[in-house]
Design a protein around this ligand. Structure first.
Ligand code: NI
Length: 150
């Protein structure tokens, strides 16, 4: 099994706010990310595909095609947008990096050109990063939910 990763970037605004909490709790919990009018991050998205090398192409996954899929299904929809208001696939979601990573997984999972989606990694800042391996960790080799033939 090999793992191949395509990286892309986008800039977006968000506001983290849980209406079930008081304004004071939200401010304490989310800090700058709770500012009333939102604020921005320069996100880095890494998408990792797992698979075997095709004898015909010598590739696990054509990165040019993966780039195009990531652009069309995710990056073009979120770049220079407000994640709370402008993005259909994030509708109704409190856009923490955790929730955004899960939503990106769902956008990409069925559109990977070859191999299978293994990991969505989202940097919200240089120092804060979240990894999502799919429902019940099924992207992790030997993890729950992984079919026997992979
Ligand atoms: Ni923020």
């Amino acid at each position: 099994m090999l793992y191949i990763t395509r990286r892309d970037t986008f800039a977006a605004s968000h506001r983290l706010h849980n209406p079930a909490l008081s304004d004071e709790e939200n401010a304490r919990l989310y800090g700058k990310c709770n500012w009333t009018n939102g604020h921005g991050h320069n996100y880095v998205l890494e998408v990792t595909v797992a698979g075997e090398v095709s004898p015909r192409t010598g590739m696990v996954c054509n990165l040019a095609t993966l780039k195009q899929v990531m652009r069309e299904r995710v990056v073009d929809k979120v770049d220079h947008r407000h994640l709370n208001f402008d993005v259909e696939f994030l509708c109704g979601i409190n856009p923490t990096s955790e929730n955004v990573a899960v939503a990106i997984w769902r956008e990409l999972e069925l559109h990977i050109p070859q191999g299978r989606l293994f990991r969505v990694r989202l940097f919200e800042t240089e120092n804060n990063v979240v990894d999502y391996y799919g429902p019940a960790g099924c992207g992790i080799p030997g993890g729950p939910g992984q079919s026997q033939d992979l």
